[in-house]
Design a protein around this ligand. Structure first.
Ligand code: SAM
Length: 287
């Protein structure tokens, strides 16, 4: 019988606990028992590709030194949920537009406008941000002086982001005007993001758990949506605190609605708009 046809036993509760612990320690992702069959199917697909038929041998391979790091990056690619789309949460994007427009109108923009998209997946989120930011610069007849750093733990997602080619499904929340201004239709029916936006987005492989080790460039906007939901509450708090420290004074942190309802920070003021969850960094501690 060929390797690919071998039967692999079901993942036991102990094995599920062992893999869940590894995923949480390394990527922050917390699996719930309902996700056991999903984890099992991803593990067995990969084990068949490698010709392995027991979880412990594969676990040893994933955790084995340098070789293990390479295998880990393949595995996390398969397990991370990468669902996304352009303008997934329109209200949050419009908030960024108004924030930048206000800065331009009040001549508060005296350096590059820097944006960070954390857990950017295949690029739809950072490109949506690029569209909004580019709109503001064009409307004000200003040179587009901005940069967007997009980070994710999944290499395959980042590769897709760098290619910048998308199916019609990803574009369903875009207006006709946004599609025509910022994409071109390819012969195979895909939409390609225009070069002037692609040049502004820098895709970077990074683990948000190690954000403190990244170069401390201060940002105007940090966008982090649909990532924290996979993490425990204490970890969400730690990450939000670290992200806040990466903001310029007056910079904004935009997260997904309800992703960290009880989070507070002495220098971060929640924006009073129930449709979004955003915080502005105060120059001084809140009273
Ligand atoms: C559900 S997608 C959200 C994409 C986008 N932010 C949005 O809202 O549409 C979550 C992304 O977070 C990434 N991710 C998961 N754990 C991560 C970690 N520890 N560090 C960086 N990115 C991570 C996944 O690879 C995935 O692309």
């Amino acid at each position: 019988m060929g390797w690919s046809l071998r039967t692999i036993a079901d993942l036991s509760d102990n094995e599920f606990a062992q893999w869940s612990k590894l995923l949480e320690e390394r990527a922050g992702i917390q699996l719930v028992p309902m996700q056991k069959s999903l984890l099992q199917s991803q593990l067995t697909i990969r084990m068949r590709e490698l010709g392995l038929d027991d979880y412990s041998t594969y676990y040893a391979r994933v955790t084995d030194g340098l070789q293990g790091r390479l295998e880990w990056s393949v595995l996390i690619d398969r397990i991370a949920v990468k669902e996304t789309s352009f303008f997934r949460h329109r209200e949050s994007m419009e908030f960024v537009r108004h924030y930048l427009q206000h800065k331009i109108d009040n001549r508060q923009l005296n350096a590059s406008f820097d944006v960070l998209s954390v857990g950017c997946s295949s690029g739809e989120e950072p490109y949506s941000l690029a569209m909004v930011v580019n709109d503001c610069f064009e409307l004000a007849h200003l040179e587009p002086y901005y940069g967007i750093t997009a980070l994710d733990i999944s290499n395959s997602a980042l590769t897709k982001g760098r290619e910048g080619r998308y199916s019609t499904r990803s574009t369903e929340h875009m207006s006709g005007e946004e599609i025509s201004r910022y994409t071109s239709l390819c012969n195979d029916g895909h939409y390609e993001v225009v070069r002037k936006l692609r040049d502004r987005v820098c895709f970077t492989h990074a683990n948000v758990l190690h954000i403190k080790d990244m170069p401390a460039v201060k940002m105007d906007v940090i966008f982090c949506q649909n990532l924290l939901v996979y993490f425990r509450r204490w970890l969400r708090r730690d990450i939000l605190n670290s992200l806040s420290d990466r903001l310029k004074p007056g910079g904004v942190l935009v997260i997904g609605l309800g992703e960290a309802g009880d989070w507070e920070h002495p220098q971060m003021q929640r924006v009073s708009n129930d449709a979004i969850q955003a915080y502005i960094r105060q120059e001084h501690k809140k009273q």
